[in-house]
Design a protein around this ligand. Structure first.
Ligand code: G3P
Ligand code: MG
Length: 437
């Protein structure tokens, strides 16, 4: 995609917009998190990175934009908030027409710990820069296994920055649109009961876990013994006459052997009923994976196998058992749907704030995995109205010095360098210089 000349600076829309609800990390309870209102989780510390609670934070404006996108006919949230965004003097007169998109694991976090440069990168984007620009950003993570709101609470605590759940697009976020399509579903992966709760929160009515099936008949998985806690949480049910309509792998499996055993049985079954075998192997339920990352970056020195590896294993065993190929759907990066959704959120953000219906001119997308982040961003760039500029960091899956399978536009040491690079490149463009491609 060609680099275009800098766009004129759009003016801020004069339309009044309500503030999103602010919840502090200490106030946030499970119940308050589940309220269906645009929300920003604010750190408890006295001076969080970025902005004061009364200012219109990036998190807040994106929260409201996504609320408008997801519920176009919904009423505005009740006007019980103090200020109006249009009063916010902290939004710079220079309004950027570019945004940042970030991967999480390997960019901001590694093995659950914050990467040292992460806070500084966010501080700069939140306005602590020479020009006082606030640059919007959004997180596109293949990770999941918790609701977007719980993930947001974790990140606010870790990064000490206000974050809105609406800034998160997880691998499993698009599955939320399938809650009305399938009634009885098997949900695989994640810790304990968390993915069952995510699925129920997405609107799935009858959510079964592998634990429920093992509790029903322990011989389904001969080598697996449920812990006392797992046994207590798993639901008691007779599955003799239950048809499982679809299988959703929401998060990484904690027990590949049992999960694979159950998934394969259902894929080869007659209408998703346990204990049956299809004669044609064409009657099993469809299977959906939240993402397709074969490896991911943890606190261990080498990468670890992830959900994409389980997918490969399922495909290989299905082929071995039936002689046929299984049709699998994977969401997350690099799938187009994920990038489409992110674009729509940013487009709505611009429309809400600046009365500008165009999507952002430029998205700097920063990731650590060439196969999902760089591939997804580069492929999306070919078809998107916005330009997507891929930046690979060296803090995660990518091994510095090696040749990545998908080539980024730029490689940098860490997320802070990525932010500095993108902002400097934009500054040069505004100054009329031709920036590096
Ligand atoms: O399991 C999560 C991992 O595969 C990648 O997460 O944030 O790097 O997309 P992320
Ligand atoms: Mg990553």
């Amino acid at each position: 995609m060609q680099i275009s000349a800098p766009m004129p600076v759009p003016q801020k829309a004069q339309t009044a917009t309500h503030h999103a609800r602010h919840l502090s990390t200490s106030e946030a309870t499970k119940e308050s998190l589940f309220a269906d209102t645009p929300t920003v989780i604010v750190p408890d510390t006295e001076s969080p990175v970025g902005c004061s609670p009364s200012s219109a934070t990036i998190a807040e404006t994106i929260a409201l934009a996504r609320g408008h996108l997801d519920h176009p006919n919904a009423q505005e949230p009740l006007d019980d908030f103090e200020d109006d965004i249009s009063d916010d003097s902290q939004l710079s007169s220079i309004v950027p027409d570019y945004v940042f998109g970030f991967d999480l694991d390997g960019v901001f976090l590694r093995g659950g710990h914050v990467i040292p440069e992460a806070k500084e990168a966010l501080r700069i984007l939140n306005g602590d820069n020479d020009e006082g620009i606030k640059v919007p950003y959004i997180f596109l993570t293949n990770g999941g296994g918790k609701t977007e709101k719980e993930r947001c609470l974790d990140l606010t605590r870790q990064l000490d920055v206000p974050v809105s759940p609406e800034q998160f697009i997880c691998g499993h976020t698009p599955m939320s649109e399938m809650g009305t399509e399938y009634h009885t579903v098997l949900v695989v992966g994640g810790e304990g009961e968390k993915c069952r709760h995510v699925a129920e929160n997405y609107g799935f009515k009858d959510v079964i876990t592998p634990g429920d099936l093992i509790k029903w008949k322990p011989s389904v998985c001969p080598f697996r013994k449920l812990t006392d806690e797992e046994y207590a949480n798993s639901r008691t049910r007779d599955f003799t006459d239950v048809n499982i309509e679809a299988i959703f792998v929401f998060a990484d499996s904690r027990d590949w052997a049992s999960d694979a055993q159950i998934i394969l049985e259902l894929l080869m079954s007659k209408d998703g009923r346990m204990g049956t075998v299809s004669e044609t192997f064409t009657e099993g339920p469809p299977i959906f994976f939240a993402h397709n990352d074969v490896v991911w970056s943890t606190s261990y020195d080498l990468t670890r196998y992830g959900m994409g590896a389980l997918r490969i294993m399922i495909e290989a065993l299905y082929k071995e058992s039936t002689g046929k190929a299984i049709d699998v759907t994977s969401y997350g990066k690099p799938s187009k749907a994920t990038f489409d959704y992110a674009t729509r959120v940013m487009q709505q953000w611009r429309k809400d704030l600046f009365n500008d219906p165009a999507p952002p001119r430029m998205v700097y997308f920063v990731g650590d995995t060439p196969e999902s982040d760089i591939r997804g961003s580069n492929e999306y760039d070919k078809h998107s109205e916005s330009q997507w500029y891929s930046i690979l960091v060296e803090t995660g899956v990518y091994e510095p010095g090696t040749e990545p399978m998908y080539k980024p536009r730029r490689t940098v040491a860490n997320v802070l360098e990525a932010v500095r690079f993108g902002m400097e490149r934009e500054r040069e463009k505004r100054a009329g210089k031709v920036p590096e491609v």
